[in-house]
Design a protein around this ligand. Structure first.
Ligand SMILES: [Zn+2]
Length: 249
């Protein structure tokens, strides 16, 4: 195995780091579309951040203590009249709501953006934790539309890798929590524990899929094009199709 560069806050999201290490988000890219995941790794495809993602990162960077840098990087946070755009006003409201909640703040009181690298299933992985309380727990902050949509994002995959990563690096088996605030008109907030059986199943699922993804990543197997995602649409050739296909739903 090639010598791995040490990761820090500056190179964690670099193309080189993505080539060298698996991460939960790269794994999820492969789940969605192997061709898209590979295009991202090659640096050929960079999907733009959606408004929803930006609101989340605004809140994330506040708690990281990097909000100034975030605003510099995303001048679109402000309107031409130098007012906060509405989605970031909501982000500010969410920050204030979180800060007023003792339990939420306790879970967010750990070490911020702690990076760990480790070998899992024979492959190098990287991860970055929102709030790490050694000996106590791992917490990831999520800003979502509604609690109900949380499971759709498969956060148990993140929990499984983060828990295992901390265990491999420190020897400690810690519970994994999501600290969640919603963007609803009246903000809701709670701490959700992802229970051990759910984490165990998620880790097994990753174990079953990762070997194939690793072979694709190494160029030993051809990536599958899903044919439906934005990347696939952007590189496809037009086909001649039967109109009736569209009526079949
Ligand atoms: Zn695709």
């Amino acid at each position: 195995m090639k010598r791995k560069r040490k990761l820090n806050q500056n190179n964690y999201y670099s193309a080189e780091a993505d080539r060298q290490f698996f991460s939960v988000s790269q794994y999820k890219d492969f789940m969605k579309c192997e061709a898209m995941a590979m295009a991202k790794i090659r640096g050929e495809y960079k999907p733009e951040m959606t408004k929803a993602m930006l609101t989340g990162s605004f809140v994330d960077s506040y708690f990281e203590g990097t909000l100034d840098a975030f605003i510099k990087e995303h001048p679109a946070v402000f309107t031409r009249k130098q007012e906060l755009r509405s989605e970031f006003k909501k982000a500010n409201e969410i920050i204030a709501r979180i800060q007023g909640d003792e339990t939420f703040m306790r879970f967010m009181s750990g070490e911020k953006q702690r990076i760990m690298t480790f070998e899992l299933f024979g492959l190098p992985w990287k991860m970055k934790m929102d709030s790490y309380l050694p000996g106590i727990c791992i917490t990831d902050l999520k800003v979502v539309q509604k609690f109900r949509t949380l499971p759709l994002w498969r956060y148990e995959l993140q929990g499984a890798v983060y828990q295992k990563g901390v265990e491999l690096v420190t020897g400690e088996h810690l519970p994994f929590y999501l600290a969640v605030a919603t963007k609803e008109r009246t903000i809701d907030l709670d701490i959700f524990q992802i229970t051990q059986p759910v984490l165990d199943i998620a880790l097994r699922e990753i174990e079953q899929n990762i070997e194939h993804y690793a072979r694709v990543k190494e160029g030993q197997e051809e990536p599958v094009y899903c044919g439906k995602c934005d990347y696939c649409k952007s590189v496809k050739d037009a086909r001649i199709r039967n109109y009736s296909e569209l009526l079949e739903g």
